[in-house]
Design a binder for this molecule. Structure first.
Ligand SMILES: Nc1ncnc2c1ncn2[C@@H]1O[C@H](COP(=O)(O)OP(=O)(O)O)[C@@H](O)[C@H]1O
Ligand SMILES: [Mg+2]
Length: 474
């Protein structure tokens, strides 16, 4: 019987220890364990009482008075130990109850704060906040994500997050790369283009954070995305404006150096011709004199043309160049222009003008047209240094006038043809033929103002044909 007693004690003590141990591991089961413990203690107490009673009666009948006294002493010690144990258990019970109450309060508070946090995350509209599982499949979706990306939670939960990436990013495996990096370093941030449901793109600031269990195993990822397209656009605009300004500055300095060089040549001609005329006026034969006067005239004309080019460009760049079409006898206009140009060209070049259509009554801007044709005709002569014929054909139909100017001069290398209409671009075969590279730029600007088209067909050593097709009846 006494064995039962020790068994009960062991059971009781084991029960207390196992409770304390388990209570720290499974806090939520504390209440149930506490009840179990109280029951266990009661059971153990009853067992001990019974054991003591039985041991007492045993001793009365079978043992002597000395042993009985000894038994009584043990009984007394056991009873007091039992009482002490009972008291301690009650104290532990009280302690556990108050701890339990505190934990319940803390749990309630934590639950409330989790609810608040979830509410905050779910309702925030400026940021897309969502969770991914370790493989990148979407687990949660907030209002901000719906607003920014256009998908509802029902549509997107369970889908892989790579669907927000543009094709180039998918091709180079960027979504997986982001997750690998986040897993390795805990947090990864970047900016890039992302896709919305409707296929449009936005510039996103993306922060990815890894989520781990207490044991360190990966639970998934949390993603926070902010649409910063406006900021990106502002950046792009500023960068473009800076690039434009840089380009403009470069253009200005090229313009200044080119034009000053182009002015210096005719000015030198004028100066030397004037000096010769001043010092040798009496001795020079009339033919030489008139040649010198002719050189002064040509140089002055060259400078005037140059100034006109500069002014035209300035007007075009500042948007002051206006398109003012009026009724015009185009055939007559071209004939007059050809005569004018033939006069200054001398007899080294002959301009042959042919009209193939009914061009007497068109609606065009005469000023702009003059810029176009005089530039094309003077180029045709300038780049035919050996002299020769320049063919100028005109044709008109109901809608447009077609101008074709053909020479058999030096031609234009293929590599230069694409850039010919850009300012300052000159063919690599011009040699010492002077020029600024501005004429065709002006021609193109004027043709554009007429909503027309210009093209070139040329072969080095054989000649060049420029064709301008300009709408003329509106
Ligand atoms: N008829 C042409 N024949 C050969 N090259 C030409 C002809 N017209 C234009 N070009 C080429 O196009 C370039 C640009 O012409 P343009 O803008 O008028 O400038 P510029 O005549 O002042 O050099 C010229 O430098 C020349 O290389
Ligand atoms: Mg020119």
């Amino acid at each position: 019987m006494i064995d039962n007693f020790w068994l009960a004690i062991a059971f009781l003590v084991g029960g207390i220890f196992s409770f304390l141990l388990t209570s720290s591991i499974w806090q939520r089961r504390q209440q149930r364990l506490r009840e179990q413990l109280v029951e266990t203690v009661r059971f153990a107490t009853a067992v001990m009482r019974r054991s003591v009673t039985l041991a007492k009666s045993d001793t009365c009948y079978r043992t002597g008075s000395r042993q009985r006294a000894k038994r009584q002493q043990i009984e007394g010690e056991l009873t007091s130990k039992l009482k002490e144990c009972d008291r301690q258990l009650l104290a532990i019970d009280r302690e556990l109850q108050s701890e339990l109450a505190l934990r319940q309060l803390a749990d309630a508070k934590q639950q409330e704060s989790e609810t608040n946090f979830r509410y905050l995350v779910e309702t925030v509209k400026d940021y897309a906040i969502y969770l991914l599982d370790p493989q990148g499949y979407i687990v949660t979706w907030n209002a901000g994500a719906e607003r920014i990306k256009g998908y509802t939670a029902e549509e997107i939960i369970g889908q892989h997050f790579s669907r927000f990436y543009v094709d180039e990013d998918i091709e180079c495996g960027h979504p997986d790369y982001e997750l690998i990096l986040t897993e390795a370093q805990g947090r990864y941030e970047e900016e890039g283009w992302r896709l919305r449901k409707d296929g449009s793109v936005f510039w996103a600031n993306v922060v990815t954070i890894s989520r781990r269990d207490r044991d360190g195993s990966l639970k998934g990822f949390c993603r926070v995305i902010h649409d910063v397209t406006m900021r990106k656009q502002a950046e792009i605009e500023i960068r473009n404006a800076l690039a434009q300004e840089k380009e403009l500055n470069e253009l200005k300095s090229r313009f200044i150096s080119m034009t000053s060089h182009e002015f210096r040549t005719p000015l030198a001609t004028i100066l030397s011709s004037a000096e010769l005329l001043e010092y040798y006026a009496d001795k020079l034969p009339p033919a030489e004199k008139s040649e010198l006067f002719g050189q002064i005239g040509t140089a002055t004309k060259r400078m005037t043309e140059l100034l006109e080019d500069v002014l035209a460009i300035e007007k075009a760049e500042s948007g002051k160049l206006q398109f003012n079409p009026a009724t015009l006898d185009l055939e007559k206009f071209c004939q007059n222009l050809v005569s004018e140009m033939q006069l200054t060209a001398g007899n080294k070049h002959q301009i042959f003008f042919t009209n193939f259509g009914d061009c007497k009554n068109v609606f065009m801007d005469e000023k702009l047209l003059r810029h176009i044709l005089s530039n094309l005709l003077s180029n045709a002569m300038k780049y035919s240094p050996q002299g020769g014929i320049v063919k100028f054909d005109l044709d008109c139909n109901d809608r447009e006038a077609i101008f074709q100017i053909q020479d058999s001069g030096i031609g234009i290398p293929l590599e230069d043809q694409a850039k010919l209409f850009e300012s300052f671009h000159r063919g690599r075969n011009v040699g010492n033929i002077s020029g600024t590279g501005l004429g065709l730029f002006i021609v193109k600007t004027m043709v554009d103002l007429h909503k027309g088209k210009i093209s070139v067909n040329s072969q080095v050593g054989f000649g060049t044909t420029f064709t301008a097709i300009v709408p003329c009846k509106f």
